[in-house]
Design a protein around this ligand. Structure first.
Ligand SMILES: Cc1ncc(C[n+]2csc(CCOP(=O)(O)OP(=O)(O)O)c2C)c(N)n1
Ligand SMILES: [Mg+2]
Length: 632
């Protein structure tokens, strides 16, 4: 079995192959002179994956994918691809998702028919909402047996149609009714995933189609993929610049699209020229260096006072690659996050459906984000200088750091998540990738961590999927074996996919799991307290009888065969992080954290539309008044 180092080599080899295939240098065995050869459906799928240069295929076999799995076996034995076993299909999807976020390359994952395929649903939903990609290959009932009710077929409402249940969760999906469709389906799937707005794709593979054979040739990917990106219309760019010139308090709002376009450098260059504050959404944290003096952190319900203020008081917002989701906009309540339409909005996105969806745009531009930014920069506009505004941003940044210092110096019985975030910020090397999924750890890392380098943050900004951080961190580590990778998460989150410690151990993937254990789903009980009142707190503590319940996480890590640390002091946590980094083994650092509200979580400086039950009449009245200010 390959260890972490082998995996790294495998990855480099596949990358080199891909580069050579693109340059047409490598006569890859499956491309030789375009000669037709006979392949089974399973082989066609795997050969096409090799054509795409994928280093790994991840999944769990079953009777529904015997043909595909055997083709994987042959290519693994030939040293062309590495198969990774996981313990749950959901984790295969999250590993691929983490890998895509770091590399922009969609990995294939596979599952058997029925339950195996349905286990992809959370991973697909996460990737689709967050605009990331992987290819889900699912076994399916034989074409000629559809409707008979073979093992794991759902046929009572409709003959085998696993796709239908996954369709709303994928950018595009196919069922190959015949082997002759397969080469084209595979090409189209990779085109869909790697062009425009990314999204995951699903291919359902009937069992007989995987096993049949036909003659085929493979097309080099350079010939099958549109390489040019959609350019922004020059007239619209000029109009945008004209409006930008009028701004006294400009803001660049970067969304998840800006992160995946890796547009950080262009954003900061433009911010400097324009004299703008830069704000990122939850999905975009890490799109730019957060130590830049014009960086204003975040707006939205879990935003920071500085991000909220500059967005609220902006006269022109240049929004790039954002959906204006409720978390970012404080549920569209006017004057909390934003002041549209009083504030002018220039909205650039690669997907036209996002423009004008939640806020009307004064100027809407459909384009590749980097191209649009480069075009603005190339015009080299002479923007008026804004020294007072930049001074104000500098003061607000200092205020924010002072607030964090105060919060972290608070004396509490147990360490708080804020303190853990502070300790991570002090201890982790600058190029560390940190993955979060949901709960207080996601919210507080978002709000309180300050990344020096861009492209270090991995989070399910749109779907906020518990159980995602551990496998996604593994995907990030496969993508960047040379960078430290930490999964920072709560106990509830961890227990959703903790079985993947087995995968970490087997393949020696040295991710550090930093577990903030508060014996419950405290993000939700904190929400109950904040929105409904202390007396409404219910059902989120993990208890057995009258006592709090928690498994022995230290023992769990040990039993899976990974390094384990149990820490309760700042010095202990720091030392454990340093030791885990230098040992470079898979490791779990368990920390019991403070459960007392409000120190259990972070502060919501913004607003979120959490409907209040009508019987809480006073709170409801206040809520309804606030709802009236929403501009939807
Ligand atoms: C799969 C999934 N189920 C439910 C939720 C709703 N949810 C959001 S945060 C949360 C609690 C998280 O608990 P934990 O991971 O222990 O973190 P904590 O907030 O306690 O620090 C829940 C249940 C979710 N985001 N994802
Ligand atoms: Mg918890």
């Amino acid at each position: 079995m390959a260890d972490g180092r082998d995996l790294c080599l495998q990855h480099r080899k596949a990358d080199a192959n891909l580069a050579q295939i693109r340059r047409g240098v490598l006569e890859y065995n499956l491309l030789i002179g375009g000669i037709a050869m006979t392949y089974t459906g399973g082989e066609i799928v795997v050969k096409q994956l090799l054509n795409e240069g994928v280093p790994y295929i991840i999944g769990i076999p079953g009777h529904g994918v015997m043909g595909l799995f055997d083709a994987i076996r042959k290519e693994e034995e030939a040293g062309n691809i590495k198969y990774l076993q996981v313990i749950h299909e959901q984790s295969a999807a999250a590993i691929a998702d983490g890998y895509f976020r770091m590399t922009g390359k969609p990995l294939p994952v596979f599952a058997s028919t029925g339950p195996g395929a349905l286990n992809f649903s959370i991973g697909l939903g996460t990737a689709y909402v967050d605009s990331t990609a992987f290819l889900a290959l699912c076994g399916d009932t034989h074409v000629h047996m559809s409707g008979t009710g073979v093992l794991q077929e759902i046929e009572r409402y409709q003959d085998s149609n696993i796709l239908r249940s996954l369709e709303p969760l994928a950018k595009r999906s196919w069922r190959a009714e015949s082997i002759s469709q397969l080469p084209r389906i595979m090409r189209r799937a990779y085109n869909q995933m790697t062009t425009g707005r990314p999204g995951p794709c699903v291919v359902a593979l009937p069992m007989d189609v995987q096993a049949e054979a036909m003659e085929t040739t493979f097309v080099p990917i350079a010939k099958q993929r549109p390489e040019a990106l959609p350019c922004a219309d020059k007239n619209f760019i000029q109009e945008a610049v004209n409006l930008m010139k009028t701004a006294k308090r400009p803001v660049i709002l970067a969304g998840g699209g800006a992160l995946s376009a890796k547009a950080g450098e262009e954003i900061l260059e433009l911010a400097q020229k324009w004299g703008a504050g830069v704000v990122t959404t939850l999905a975009a944290k890490g799109a730019v260096s957060e130590t830049h003096p014009q960086y204003c952190f975040h707006t939205g319900s879990k935003g920071t006072p500085i991000g909220l203020k500059v967005c609220r008081e902006a006269d022109v917002v240049l929004a790039i690659g954002t959906r204006f989701a409720d978390e970012t906009t404080c549920s569209y309540r006017k004057g909390v996050s934003f002041n549209f339409p009083d504030t002018k909005l220039i909205h650039i996105d690669i997907d036209p459906s996002e423009i004008g969806k939640n806020y009307g745009a004064d100027i809407g531009i459909v384009a590749d984000l980097k191209d649009a930014l480069v075009q603005i920069l190339e015009l080299d506009p002479d923007f008026p200088k804004k020294p007072a505004y930049l001074e104000e941003i500098s003061t607000l940044r200092q205020d924010w750091f002072s607030y964090l210092k105060e919060v972290r110096e608070q004396k509490t019985e147990k360490l708080t998540i804020s303190q853990l975030v502070g300790l991570m910020n002090e201890t982790l090397p600058k190029n560390t990738v940190i993955a979060t999924s949901s709960g207080n750890t996601q919210a507080q890392l978002f709000q309180e961590y300050c990344y020096d380098l861009p492209y270090c943050n991995l989070t399910t900004g749109g779907f906020s999927t518990m159980g995602w951080a551990v496998p996604a961190a593994m995907g990030a580590k496969l993508a960047h074996p040379d960078r430290p990778v930490v999964a920072f998460l709560g106990d509830g989150d961890f227990m959703m996919t903790m079985q993947e410690l087995a995968t970490m151990a087997k393949y020696e993937i040295p991710v550090i799991v930093l577990l903030a254990n508060n014996s419950g789903w405290l993000a939700i009980s904190d929400l109950q307290t904040g929105a409904l009142g202390l007396e409404a707190v219910f059902g989120n503590d993990f208890t057995k009888g009258d006592a709090l319940y928690s498994p022995d996480f230290h023992l769990i890590a040990k039993s899976f065969g990974i390094d384990a640390y149990n820490e309760s002091t700042p010095a202990g946590v720091k030392k454990a992080i340093q030791t885990a980094l230098s040992n470079n083994n898979p490791a779990l650092i368990h920390v019991d954290v403070c459960r007392e509200y409000p120190n259990s979580g972070g502060r919501a400086f913004g607003w979120w539309d959490v409907p209040i039950p009508a019987y809480l009449s006073d709170k409801r009245k206040n809520y309804e008044a606030q709802c009236k200010e929403e501009t939807l």
